[in-house]
Design a binder for this molecule. Structure first.
Ligand code: PMV
Length: 360
């Protein structure tokens, strides 16, 4: 079994000339949800996600050797403007990964980042953001240690991204990622995401995800606080066990292409996630009235047309509408005609499964 020691940088080289790298990394949407964690970003249960294609963060990291003054030295720009309020988050990320990347304090970093999706759309940008940053850290490490294999590069990138934001570890590769130890996935790990190792049925090729932007406001409860409330939660243990069972079932569904079972599992997982929030102490609700309007419209449409469209939710009010590629035209018509009205400024983002981070 791979342990954290595997990721400690031990090569001699700690300094190199100035250079830079650019990576794009996508967001991802979980079907079996990660909700609840132990120390050091270890998930309380395994999760499975589809990597997305269009919702991405693009990050350039330029590095220059400097005298190590005991601090992390960097500037951060978001959409070409200095963004001071992001810096504590990045500093914390560097702190968390320092023991695995002891060379970080030998460089001055200039970090430029931008998202392909609308700013403050309520979309979790931490997954794509932390993953893009981790890829760049690994590009630097690769220059320090050119012997590194591609497998190690990706595994450590996922490991580092996890320390930034748990779900970010599922954004390094595509198209279907499992994170967290599970009996049916012998290579699975709590430390990093792995690609779904079995054949995926045609029905799920290029699976579509249209993200309906219901509420772009700041979330009332952050996911950090939400995860924390799973400690001492009355239903936590059962929920964690359920996630194991659901992941076994989802494995079969993805192999056999059973869309009816997929819909039941995906929607139940989404509502269970929010049920955990509603039964936390203190309790909270992240769905908005329009979230429920949309869910009901999807159910109505599915009943009337038998088109296998369903929804999932992340830790917010937005709705991810999931459907097979072959139903794209009808479902996009439905979204435009019947669901867009429940979105802020009628906004939604058309996305689908993707292949993971890319070096630009
Ligand atoms: O990675 P975090 O800490 O933002 O947590 C993400 C939690 C969910 O999006 C609700 C579920 C998941 O597995 O992505």
């Amino acid at each position: 079994m791979i342990t954290t020691n595997h990721f400690i940088y031990t090569a001699q080289n700690q300094i190199i000339p100035a250079g830079q790298s650019t990576w794009s990394a996508p967001s991802n949407i979980a079907l079996v949800k990660y909700w609840g964690k132990k120390e050091d970003q270890i998930p309380a249960n395994p999760s499975l996600s589809f990597t997305l294609n269009n919702c991405k963060t693009i990050t350039t990291v330029a590095y220059t050797p400097v005298e190590n003054n005991g601090e992390f030295q960097f500037d951060f720009y978001f959409e070409n403007k200095p963004k001071e309020d992001f810096k504590p988050k990045i500093n914390k990320f560097f702190q968390r990964i320092e023991s695995y990347c002891p060379y970080l304090k030998n460089f001055y970093f200039t970090i430029h980042s931008e998202n392909t999706f609308p700013h403050s759309s309520g979309i979790a940008s931490s997954a794509s953001g932390m993953s893009a940053l981790a890829m760049n850290v690994m590009s630097l490490e690769k220059v320090l240690n050119p012997e590194m294999t591609e497998e190690f590069f990706n595994q450590k990138a996922s490991f580092l991204a996890r320390l930034g934001s748990g779900s970010a570890c599922r954004s390094v590769k595509g198209n279907v990622i499992v994170w967290g130890e599970h009996k049916d996935f012998s290579e699975s790990s709590d430390l990093f995401g792995v690609q779904f190792p079995f054949q995926i049925h045609e029905n799920f090729k290029n699976y579509q995800d249209t993200i309906l932007l219901v509420d772009k406001g700041e979330k009332q409860v952050s996911s950090t606080v939400g995860h924390d409330l799973m400690h001492n939660h009355p239903f936590a243990q059962q929920r964690f066990e359920q996630a194991h069972v659901n992941l076994s079932n989802l494995k079969t569904i993805l192999e056999t292409g059973n869309l009816t079972d997929f819909i039941a599992l995906a929607e139940s997982e989404a509502l269970t996630l929010h049920a955990m929030m509603m039964t936390s102490m203190p309790y909270f609700i992240l769905m908005k009235p329009n979230t429920l309007q949309i869910i009901n419209k999807i159910w109505e449409f599915r009943n009337e047309t038998s088109i296998p469209v369903c929804f999932t939710l992340d830790a917010g009010a937005n709705v991810h509408v999931l459907y097979p590629e072959q139903n794209k035209t009808e479902v996009l018509d439905f979204i435009q005609n019947q669901l867009a009205t429940f979105c802020q400024n009628g906004q939604f983002i058309i996305d689908q499964m993707g292949n993971g981070a890319e070096k630009l």
